[in-house]
Design a protein around this ligand. Structure first.
Ligand code: TRP
Length: 333
């Protein structure tokens, strides 16, 4: 009885290679939901081109991301995995919803302001209207929950405003989605600048899912610990952000509490702790990398997954789009 389950939807942009922060903060939690929820996960490639991309890289990262999702435990039999651009209804509903999103609302989006600063030579219409497309991504599937990072909360709020506006005019067309913070997972910080989130833009502080064991170990050995004098493994996010970040990574992987970790490394100091975290990460990521590599050699299988995903997603999306087209007054074909 699939349609009695709650629906959940999220997307990741194939704009960079997936890293430990994506895994511990988001993907890991996704895989455990499949039995309880009807889950949709997609590669948000249409969002990615709001910033200029190298076409070959975008294609490679899109298929690699799909392989990684599966390698991370997202079972394609239980989850609907698809590529956004394969489901044309996203672009179509995106256009309609742009007409129900206000210029002022879009102007207030902090991600737009940030990205405009970073891409001053390419502040295009798509970058500006991005939240309307994201609202379409969400509303096509009438999800109950949208699990995303804190940085996407404002976009989900805007989506909720669009629902209110649209339903206010046309009746109950869209279900009101709820923002679900992925905070339940670990918030992984940069290894070299632990004040900032782990991000591909600081590659030395970032551990990619496909990285080789030696490189991973090297990055953890070089991870910034704190300049406090006690030099012991103790959790204190304010005073010891570097060590605390390593502890939260170690805890997320091993399931040990901070108390247990403190006891484990009592008297041993950072010299023993940092390589131990590196080893735990290598142990976690090695099977994921190997499985991804195996899947990437099986293009026919990956193709069958994204085709089936697009078909299922398209079927659901089309139902919603038909309803919307009718409501706004488009002549039926
Ligand atoms: N905007 C999201 C990000 O940059 C990705 C995304 C696009 C998304 N559409 C979505 C997330 C719909 C959740 C739901 O991370």
């Amino acid at each position: 009885m699939e349609n009695t389950k709650k629906v959940m939807l999220s997307g990741i942009q194939p704009s960079g290679d997936l890293h430990l922060g994506n895994y511990l903060g988001a993907i890991k939690n996704w895989s455990v939901r499949a039995d309880e929820y009807d889950c949709y996960y997609f590669m948000a490639d249409m969002h990615t081109i709001t910033v200029r991309q190298n076409p070959a890289d975008l294609r490679r990262r899109t298929i690699e991301q799909l392989a990684q999702y599966i390698a991370c435990g997202l079972d394609p039999e239980k989850n609907t995995l698809f590529v956004q651009s394969h489901v044309h209804q996203h672009a179509e509903l995106g256009w309609v919803l742009q007409c129900y999103t206000m210029f002022g609302e879009l102007s207030r989006m902090t991600q737009f302001k940030d990205k405009s600063k970073k891409n001053a030579d390419n502040i295009n219409g798509g970058l500006f209207a991005y939240p309307s497309l994201m609202a379409a991504d969400i509303l096509l599937y009438q999800p109950d929950y949208v699990p995303v990072g804190q940085d996407q909360k404002q976009h989900v709020e805007l989506c909720r405003n669009i629902v209110q506006r649209f339903n206010g005019i046309y009746g109950e067309v869209f279900k009101m989605p709820e923002f679900l913070s992925t905070k339940a997972g670990a918030r992984v910080m940069c290894l070299t600048q632990p004040e900032s989130k782990m991000s591909k833009s600081l590659p030395e502080g970032c551990v990619f899912l496909m990285e080789k064991p030696d490189d991973i170990r090297r990055k953890f050995k070089r991870a910034v610990t704190d300049s406090d004098t006690e030099r012991c493994v103790r959790f204190d996010a304010e005073a010891k952000p570097g060590v605390s970040n390593l502890m939260s990574i170690y805890s997320a992987i091993t399931g040990k509490s901070y108390d247990e970790i403190e006891r484990e490394f009592d008297g041993l100091g950072y010299g023993a702790f940092k390589p131990a975290v590196g080893d735990a990460v290598v142990e976690l990521l090695t099977p994921i990398r190997e499985e991804t590599e195996r899947l990437l050699k099986d293009k026919a299988y990956l193709e069958s997954v994204y085709k089936a995903g697009a078909e299922k997603a398209g079927w659901v999306a089309e139902k919603t789009l038909r309803k919307v087209y009718k409501k706004v007054g488009f002549l039926q074909r």
